[in-house]
Design a binder for this molecule. Structure first.
Ligand code: DQA
Length: 144
């Protein structure tokens, strides 16, 4: 099975209790199970991680780049201001898809800027947890 890393930034461990009107009622454990199950169906071995720490996320991006592993990344708030995360993504050696649960373009002004979008392969946003499923399908399709 092809490995894929599903990496999540700050506050995403709080899914289920965090602003459920925006992010839904499902928990991070539900998201992780959905990603792993989707991966199994698509022949992908999915490793799901979450951190609130920018340095840890940068380290995970280096790890994926060194091992040529595709990544589904929800950078959360780092999306809007982290040049460190952007520079780590720019080193990617495989597909990297930026995902968002909500549609940042339809929300507050500060969310309209993504400093990572230009160095990602593409972006999927606004489909709830299904954004991750769509990203995994896109990665599986390129391996066919
Ligand atoms: C988010 C959108 C970001 O603006 C926000 O900071 C998040 C979650 C999303 O998945 O919709 O933490 O990335």
């Amino acid at each position: 099975m092809r490995p894929v890393h599903v990496l999540n930034g700050p506050n995403l461990s709080r899914l289920g209790t965090r602003e459920p009107d925006v992010y839904g009622a499902e928990t991070f454990a539900d998201l992780a199970a959905l990603c792993r199950e989707t991966g199994r169906e698509l022949g992908l071995s999915v490793d799901v991680r979450q951190t609130d720490d920018e340095a840890e996320l940068v380290g995970w991006l280096h790890e994926a780049a060194d091992a040529k592993i595709p990544v589904v990344l929800n950078p959360a708030a780092f999306t809007h201001y982290s040049y460190a995360v952007r520079d780590a993504i720019a080193q990617r050696t495989a597909t990297l898809i930026e995902v968002h649960i909500s549609n940042p373009a339809a929300r507050e002004e500060f969310r309209h800027t993504s400093v990572v979008a230009a160095v990602a392969t593409g972006t999927i946003a606004g489909f709830g947890l299904r954004s991750y499923v769509l990203a995994l399908q896109a990665i599986a399709a390129e391996g066919e």
